[in-house]
Design a protein around this ligand. Sequence first.
Ligand SMILES: NC(=O)c1ccc[n+]([C@@H]2O[C@H](COP(=O)([O-])OP(=O)(O)OC[C@H]3O[C@@H](n4cnc5c(N)ncnc54)[C@H](OP(=O)(O)O)[C@@H]3O)[C@@H](O)[C@H]2O)c1
Length: 329
Amino acid sequence: MKAVLVNEFGPIGNARYTEVAAPLPGNDDLLIEVRASEANYPDLLVMEGKYQIKPPLPFSPGKAAAGIVTAAGANVEGFAIGSRVAAQVEYGAYAEQLIVPHRSAFRLPEAMPFDVAAALGLVYQTSYFALVHRASFKPGDSVLVLGASGGVGSAAVQLAKAMGASVVIGGVLGAENMQVATALGCDHVVDLAAADLRDGLREAVYGVTSGKGCDVVIDPVGGEANAAALRGLAWCGRMVIIGFASGNIPTIKTNYLLVKNIAVAGLQWSDYRERDPEGVRVAQQKIFQLWEEGKLKPHISKKLPLARFEEALEDLRHSRVQGKVILEP
Ligand SMILES: NC(=O)c1ccc[n+]([C@@H]2O[C@H](COP(=O)([O-])OP(=O)(O)OC[C@H]3O[C@@H](n4cnc5c(N)ncnc54)[C@H](OP(=O)(O)O)[C@@H]3O)[C@@H](O)[C@H]2O)c1
């Protein structure tokens, strides 16, 4: 089969789209013929050896895919040859075939296309866990999402709206992204490139929350936007740290936490895949259900053949992507 192969950590240009041996499923595994893979920003970090989890070399990157079951191990129940599934893995999804433990595979709703299923993978799981498990989100909460036109951010906007947020404020860079965030469902949009961000973001948030501040901040961006967002939180507000797309890891001033009883939580979603597979299954069912109800519509801005993985990843690196890029073998 063909796959993207990383032989050593380093520039992604060193990876090759090449012929590799077809994988064999173990007793608890499914073998999937991949129809669509989700390209994610962390794939870049994994390939460059900068991610917290380093796969054994050589490996194929890619954390989420959708496709058709072509073989199943002896202990697998609930899947048949031909089942259409989505799969969550630590790596391996940039390939024509993928081995996935059956507990990390989810049957697709009948009408769901493969590209949509792949796009509802890592970023929706991450945003669901950020909102529900780390931010204790409840209907009626107001939510500020930073990087609202990006992968994680666009998923967080849609999930917060779908799960009953009173107001969703999107923080984005520039006019074009403001339009995207509005189309995704943001009630209000703030330009994070504004000169007076430190005060301006708080004023914008206070302006649409009756002076109260927002209950939840979802932050995949870090940097100056994080410090500004912290000031926009309400009494007993919750902030979830997901990533540092700005390239800047912020230092949080703890006096803000004390003064307003604020809680700041980190999220490393892949831990849940290993430690709480049932929680991940529940989340995926909820995400699929919301899609079936028409409440989620992943923003797929580009689809490329898998062989053009480098283009997809460079687009992600250089902020040329809104929503998701999907790779198709
Ligand atoms: N913790 C976890 O479990 C987990 C899971 C998935 C992802 N992540 C991390 O989350 C982060 C985002 O991932 P993603 O897939 O959403 O990436 P993405 O699709 O590239 O989106 C990043 C977003 O951040 C915005 N941004 C970049 N620099 C900014 C700045 N200086 N100020 C304000 N906004 C800025 C981008 O806007 P422009 O497009 O305009 O530049 C874009 O909207 C990455 O660091 C990734 O590693 C963590």
